[in-house]
Design a protein around this ligand. Structure first.
Ligand code: PEP
Ligand code: CO
Length: 455
């Protein structure tokens, strides 16, 4: 069965095989938590999800780019105004570089305010001779490697909800309350970045933007009156993995009568749970938010078309984003057949490259890492494949942090293998640090400009 059921409800996913769900110890308690979530205020509004879908329709039509980025897994411990602000800063900086470089609008979408649960390849791991469940995210259990911490606890979904609400509240304040004002473009450069080559390159762009604003003011344009110069939209997204949580936050929109998953503006289904007959596709098929699907190297053209038909049967532009995450070695052969099949089926999708999840390696000393060069290599392969197929390379999907971590190798900063232990902080996958993110943004801006000029 490849399509969403005729009798869809927020709970109809329960009739399908649901992979990657925690084995909650007490189903009755889990049910109570879902019930409580159902009574809490929505985190986002249906109208906002529709606005994002309109912006994504512009990306699908080749008139804008998407920057989707944030943590691999958000943490209950690393939760402060500073860490949210630093993530927002690097997002705004990257968006400024991409917009200035491509001269096209950039849709900003965070992996934030809900990215608390993780799919895992193995169910258990052995630590000091004991077999314990692998870490599945703070919405499910603790990360400490002990059997007690890794006990599944559904109450954590409520904590995840409250942290998401507080995160969103601050994001809204920062993005609408002056911090994201384009006249503050210099302020987004962090001290440790500003003195580095990519930081200085950013300063040049920031100065140019300021000069452009002064030029417009000198021409008599009332800059104060232009809302777009003083506020930005930063939308939220996460993997819709933990279906109890997503069900609990699903509401019927009073304006249209349609169902929306009000846990985030956009939801995506991961590489491990995207089976067209599975619970995740069933759930997402019934909510009206814009959706994403991760596509790894095993994805076949037939599967991708089945997913497009299930998730976007009415072929609405902006509804569906396909996120290719093939790996640097496989993008060249894996992506073109998918691009061709989707074009042939006339599905109006946004094509995005996630150059992170197909490029994980382990060092001799056991660190999970990614090479900056592999990440850039996959991005170049993605842009080349899109160009060849006549598809618009709609954007990038990244894991980054505003902190000065040492989790990915290379970049202009040249993080070396023996330096990974200096500041390796991630709860799950290795993230680009602020300098590597900015470095990447400059290179992607060049790819975007070339894509725009060559069509
Ligand atoms: C992720 O985006 O964090 C993730 C687990 O990705 P994927 O489903 O592509 O492996
Ligand atoms: Co990840």
């Amino acid at each position: 069965m490849a399509t969403t059921s005729q009798t869809w409800s927020p709970a109809s996913w329960r009739e399908r095989p649901a992979l990657q769900q925690p084995d909650w110890p007490d189903p009755a308690r889990t049910e109570q938590v879902v019930e409580r979530l159902s009574g809490l205020p929505p985190l986002v509004f249906a109208g906002e999800a529709r606005q994002l879908q309109e912006s994504l329709a512009a990306v699908a039509g080749g008139r804008a780019f998407l920057l989707q980025a944030g943590d691999c897994a958000e943490s209950f411990h690393d939760f402060s105004a500073i860490s949210i602000r630093e993530k927002l800063k690097i997002m705004l900086q990257m968006a400024a570089v991409l917009t200035y470089g491509s001269m096209l609008p950039v849709v900003k979408l965070g992996r934030i305010a809900g990215q608390f649960s993780k799919p895992r390849s193995a169910t258990t791991e052995t630590v000091d001779g004991a077999e314990i469940p692998t870490f599945r995210g703070h919405m499910v259990h603790g990360d400490e490697p002990t059997a007690a911490a890794r006990r599944y606890d559904p109450e954590r979904m409520l904590q995840g909800y409250h942290q998401s609400a507080a995160t969103l509240n601050l994001l809204r304040a920062f993005t609408k309350g002056g911090f994201a004002d384009l006249t503050k473009v210099h302020l987004w450069n962090q001290e440790f970045v500003a003195s580095a080559p990519e930081g200085r390159r950013y300063e040049l762009i920031a100065t140019e933007i300021e000069r452009a604003l002064r030029f417009m003011a000198a021409c008599g344009i009332d800059l104060q009156a232009e809302r777009q110069l003083h506020e930005v939209d930063v939308w939220t997204s996460h993997e819709a993995l933990l279906l109890d949580y997503e069900q609990g936050l699903t509401r019927r929109d009073s304006l249209t009568g349609d169902w929306y998953d009000c846990s985030a503006h956009m939801l995506w289904v991961g590489e491990r749970t995207r089976s067209p007959g599975g619970a995740h596709v069933e759930f997402l098929g019934g909510v009206h938010n814009p959706l994403g699907v991760k596509l790894g190297p095993t994805a076949t053209a037939a599967e991708v078309i089945a997913l497009c038909d299930a998730l976007n049967p009415r072929r609405i532009p902006g509804r569906l984003t396909l996120i290719s995450r093939m790996g640097v070695d496989r993008v060249g052969e894996g992506l073109p057949p998918l691009l061709r099949a989707v074009a042939q089926a006339e599905h109006p999708v946004v094509w995005v490259c996630d150059p992170m999840h197909g490029n994980v390696i382990r060092t001799g000393s056991g660190y999970k890492t990614r090479r900056f060069e592999d990440i850039m290599g996959e991005l170049r392969g993605f842009f080349a494949a899109c160009h060849e197929a006549g598809a618009w390379p709609g954007g990038v999907h990244l894991e980054f942090t505003g902190d000065h971590v040492t989790e990915c190798l290379g970049g202009s900063e040249e993080v070396l293998e023996e330096q990974l232990n200096v500041n390796y902080m991630t709860l799950c996958d290795p993230r680009l640090n602020a300098r590597q993110s900015l470095d990447l943004a400059f290179q992607v801006a060049e790819l975007m400009r070339a894509a725009d000029e060559s069509r």
